[in-house]
Design a protein around this ligand. Structure first.
Ligand code: 3HC
Ligand code: NAI
Length: 699
């Protein structure tokens, strides 16, 4: 059973026991209803307490049940709450920790609520593209007031119980006890004290009004519209809360239910739910059990204080872990330190970081020019020039000085981690930690597992990633790992589109309308077009058969490397990031097209988007089949957290599933007919072809 029933004196206690967060799945819902029936049938019981086992009262509806029959099966959450409201004996919610979504709604259905301080209280449904569907939009405004409740519902953010208890006139908590430790005893005593109180209070009977209703909801709608581009749920939250103020309770509840069910079927909600589970699944490695012993990481060393080294160091300082940075010359160290300081000072200036916190973080940072000073570090991350000879020298020195058991990581973005590991006598301790720039901001971390990387090293770095608040995804060793290997195909399509008739602005606009934060050409200008140029030069040697548009090379030959040179695919005014189309670049593209004998054609936004996105999908299918990525959802996580893929589309493979893999493969076959494109690339990857044949999706 996922809900336990016990009687203490004359109080029945129903304990939700569905780890990890007491999600309100079918058997837990049934367990609550059964408990209520038992308690009501037992004349020795005078009142009832509902509480949660483990680290949560309840994290809400069981997200893993969504999309299955179980989610809607009776007793649904509304029926459970109705059973509480109809109980002959008072029901007290005893909240010692997380009360979120359906968990909070369950508590709001109880006659009384007793809580400990420190509980995270939220209606976070909006983050899953839905709204509270078990009365949350109708009951929360009745206990907190309309404005605080709407703010919580629209933002989905958690607020601590002690803060909520301070809201004037709040009726959410009947009692806030001194600490979680005394909650159980105090809740029992409270339940006894209200055993004979009649009538029993119900949140649904409280009034719900806003003095300037129409004006306030208009204002709320305007605010929400600006913030929630691409997502329908936030505006619907406003509608539901407005219904609470204007309709009878039962009618408001029906309105909420109807909106809830409609939102549940939207692609946006499916994407957000997919990403919630995908993000958590990414931290699990199939052959590395969660109880694998981890190495202790108390001190970190970073080699190289350049663009990446400084950002990498900041992650650890932010998490309270001391860092020692090593460089070749004092000037390089000074430059690196100055950049770190500048970054922190900007945060202090914006009010995002307190001065004393900044000083505490800087105090954790030390520097050296001598490898011997690194010997006690538990983890060392190399971020030196991207040249195999330089990496070799660094790893040989690390092998000589680092203590046994230290983890040696490389931030390489293109080099072979197995080769790097082979420079040492301890390849089992070597791993790739591929941060994204700016490393102190970007959430994604690709963890590159070498052939010999030990399992406990993998377990340790995944845990470290969580500690420094990164979303870590495991990648096998290959050129570009998961993310950059895919982006190369996307970039190639961008080039072909220019050759065939597009301008950079047209391509960028189409894909930005699809939802990407930045199109490929604005992105190239930001990252530096010279980086792609260097990779292509290598490719021309390694893979002479691979077809590329030469336009980007012509651009680089003009020195137009992007924002850093004030000119790339676009022009830039110093100090600003606005991309201004440049007539000479457009002319350069046209002349190149002419030289190839191509007559430009009008290309639709739909074709632009499909070619860019399906290029990602086809490469991803190869990556998956080769075992470079462990699962399809890992690839979605990489693209959402590292490459600005639109969140509401849930990542490239989730999007492909939504479009239908049959349609995706059919489009690829069409693109293969285009003589100016790369017919070989557009052969659907074997995995994709198999899934289409079997009528399956990427899983
Ligand atoms: N249902 C099922 N599983 C859940 C869950 C839920 N509501 N919430 C969390 N989990 C699972 C996670 O998938 C993860 O599982 P795993 O160990 O197998 O990977 C595990 O619980 C731990 O989750 P976190 O890693 O996120 O743990 P944290 O301690 O960092 O956070 C939390 C705990 C604050 C509860 C966080 O998980 C969270 O925010 N959960 C989502 C809560 C939510 O959105 N609730 C609303 C659900 S919709 C609803 O209630 C509809 C109703 O209105 C009708
Ligand atoms: P960078 O040129 O800004 O910094 C490299 C630093 O390493 C310089 O300060 C240099 O003095 C130092 N250095 C070089 N050889 C050294 C040695 N033998 N010992 C100690 N220090 C040495 O380079 P960047 O951009 O920080 O890149 C570093 C690594 O990170 C490369 O492997 C790169 O591929 C990778 N990377 C870069 C990303 C980016 O966007 N810049 C993104 C992800 C990974």
């Amino acid at each position: 059973m996922t809900a336990e029933y016990k009687v203490h004196g004359n109080v029945a206690v129903i304990t939700l026991a569905n780890p990890p967060v007491n999600g309100l799945g079918l058997s837990t819902r049934q367990g609550i209803v059964d408990g209520l029936e038992k308690a009501n049938a037992d004349s020795a019981v005078k009142s009832i307490v509902i509480t949660g086992a483990g680290g949560a009262f309840s994290g809400g509806a069981d997200i893993k049940e969504f999309g299955t029959d179980k989610a809607m099966q009776e007793p649904n959450l509304n029926s459970v709450i109705a059973a509480i409201e109809n109980s002959d004996k008072p029901v007290v919610a005893a909240i010692h920790s997380v009360a979120m979504g359906g968990g909070l709604e369950l508590a709001l259905g109880c006659h009384y609520r007793v809580a400990a301080p420190g509980c995270s209280v939220a209606l976070p449904e909006v983050k899953l593209g839905i709204l509270p569907g078990a009365g949350g939009t109708q009951r929360l405004p009745r206990v907190l007031g309309v404005e605080p409740a709407l703010n919580m519902i629209v933002s989905g953010e958690a607020i601590k119980s002690e803060m909520l208890a301070m809201l004037p006139g709040q009726k959410l908590f009947d009692k806030l006890v001194a600490s979680p430790e005394v909650l159980a005893a105090e809740a029992l005593a409270f339940a006894q004290s209200v055993a004979d109180v009649r009538p029993m209070p119900l949140v649904r009977n409280l009034p719900c009004k806003h003095p300037q209703g129409d004006a306030y909801f208009q204002f709320a709608r305007n605010m929400v519209k600006g913030m929630s581009k691409n997502f329908p749920a936030p505006a619907k939250c406003v509608d539901a809360v407005e219904a609470a103020t204007k309709k009878k309770f039962a009618d408001g509840l029906a309105t909420e239910r109807e909106i809830f069910i409609n939102l549940m079927w939207t692609a946006e909600s499916r994407s957000l739910r997919h990403l919630f589970l995908a993000e958590r699944a990414a931290s699990k490695i199939p052959d590395v059990p969660s109880d694998t012993p981890k190495r202790d990481i108390k001190a970190v060393a970073v080699i190289g204080a350049g663009t990446m080294g400084g950002g990498i160091a900041m992650n650890f300082l932010n998490a309270g872990i001391p860092v020692k940075m090593l460089e070749m010359k004092q000037e390089a160290l000074d430059r690196g330190l100055a950049t770190i300081r500048k970054n922190y000072e900007a945060q202090v200036k914006k009010g995002k970081l307190k001065q004393d916190k900044y000083e505490q973080r800087m105090a954790l940072l030390s520097t050296t020019l001598d490898y011997a000073d690194l010997k006690d570090a538990d983890l060392v991350i190399e971020a030196v020039f991207e040249e195999i000879g330089v990496k070799e020298a660094v790893f040989k020195q690390l092998d000589a000085v680092m203590k046994p058991g230290a983890i040696l990581a490389s931030n390489t973005s293109t080099l072979d981690v197995n080769k790097i590991a082979a420079f040492t006598q301890r390849p089992q301790d070597v791993v790739g930690l591929h941060f994204f720039s700016p490393a102190n901001v970007m959430k994604l971390l690709e963890v590159v597992r070498g052939d010999k990387t030990a399992k406990d090293v993998m377990a340790t770095v995944m845990a470290v990633a969580k500690k420094i608040k990164k979303v870590a995804v495991v990648s096998g060793v290959c050129d570009g790992f998961i993310g950059n290997r895919m982006i190369e195909q996307y970039g190639r399509q961008g080039g072909f589109l220019l050759d065939e008739g597009c301008t950079p602005a047209q391509v960028d606009k189409a894909i930005e309308k699809f939802g990407f934060a930045m199109g490929p050409f604005r992105m190239g200008d930001l990252a530096g077009n010279d980086i792609g140029w260097a990779i292509r030069k290598r490719r021309y040697q390694e893979k002479p058969d691979m077809k590329y548009s030469k336009t980007a090379d012509l651009l680089c030959e003009k020195g137009r490397f992007g924002q850093k040179t004030g000119a790339g695919w676009y022009d830039y005014v110093p100090g600003k990031r606005d991309a201004i189309p440049n007539a000479e670049v457009v002319q350069m593209i046209e002349e190149h097209r002419k030289s190839l004998g191509i007559t430009p054609r009008k290309i639709s936004d739909e074709e632009i988007v499909q070619r860019l996105v399906f290029a990602l999908v086809n490469e991803a299918a190869h990556i998956l089949e080769e075992g470079i990525a462990n699962k399809a959802s890992d690839i979605d996580v990489v693209y959402i957290f590292g490459y600005g893929f639109p969140v509401h589309r849930g990542g490239p493979l989730n999007y492909a599933n939504e479009v239908g893999l049959f349609n995706v493969a059919a489009a690829m076959k069409r693109f293969a007919q285009n003589p100016l494109d790369d017919a070989k690339f557009w052969q659907p990857a074997p995995l994709l072809a198999r899934l289409v044949a079997e009528g399956k999706n990427f899983q």
